[in-house]
Write a protein that binds this ligand. Structure first.
Ligand SMILES: C[S@@+](CC[C@H](N)C(=O)[O-])C[C@H]1O[C@@H](n2cnc3c(N)ncnc32)[C@H](O)[C@@H]1O
Length: 228
């Protein structure tokens, strides 16, 4: 693992993100990494699904695991709400552990010691499933999304790729179709961005689309429910 082109910065809400100088792109909104992740993936994704389906066991697939912020917020939510989470992250270019250790996400979590447990388990999670408690698991797959395959099906996909303007190959119809094959019926796909192409792809795949208000002044985000 090496990350020569990546440096930590503070976003407007005080939470850390990284800047990728080759792509000229940040890992999160510079207006607030925590606020963006909480709004898009937790409030509009995990919490929405939890209440809609009234289920206590939820399998999450995250595309672009990066710093683990979405994972930490998901486990924090799960512990507060007494639900079980089986979390799988896909990451083609893992951040080295010493980068993960530069983040300050514990300041934004209710559960004590969550980030220190995560940091202890981070490298091992690339090898075998790790457990924060009997009800919470983490596995990270170091793989290009295009090559990822599994027999598992997931309740929620967090699609947290870099923007389509920077990494268009992540947003093609083929890539969206590829990732959506891993979603259960009634499952949801959430992402921070809405493009015409994404809307068309998801509709063609049998999703019902909603566009809730986006994070931090963004007009909209994408939430799509598989209804086929
Ligand atoms: C916007 S950042 C993700 C932020 C992350 N969710 C977080 O909270 O830190 C996009 C991530 O996608 C990863 N990535 C880029 N290309 C990929 C690919 N082809 N397959 C899987 N992951 C990829 C990047 O390395 C980066 O970690």
């Amino acid at each position: 693992m090496k990350a020569v082109n990546i440096s930590a910065i503070a976003t407007s809400d005080g939470s850390t993100t990284f800047f990728h100088s080759t792509l000229n792109e940040h890992y999160h909104s510079i207006n607030g990494a925590f606020q963006e992740a909480e709004h898009v993936y937790i409030n509009s994704g995990l919490s929405y699904f939890h209440h809609k389906e009234a289920t206590t066991k939820i399998a999450v697939l995250e595309i672009g695991f990066g710093t683990g912020l979405n994972y930490l917020l998901s486990i924090d939510y799960a512990i507060k709400n007494n639900i079980a989470i089986e979390y799988t992250g896909i990451e083609a270019f893992p951040l080295p552990l010493d980068y993960i250790q530069q983040t300050n996400y514990q300041n934004f979590l209710a559960t004590a010691n969550l980030t220190s447990i995560f940091q202890q388990q981070y490298l091992a999670a690339f090898e075998t499933e790790q457990h924060i408690s009997a009800n919470q698991s983490l596995k990270i797959e170091e793989i290009n999304l295009a090559d990822f395959s599994t027999d598992k099906k997931f309740d929620i996909i967090y699609f947290d790729a870099f923007a389509a303007s920077k990494q268009p190959e992540m947003w093609t119809a083929e890539m969206i179709q590829h990732v959506c094959q891993f979603l259960k019926d009634k499952g949801i796909f959430v992402t921070y961005s809405v493009t015409g192409n994404l809307k068309r792809c998801l509709r063609d795949l049998g999703f019902t689309i909603e566009r809730p208000i986006g994070a931090l002044g963004k007009r909209e985000m994408m939430r799509a429910t598989l209804t086929r």
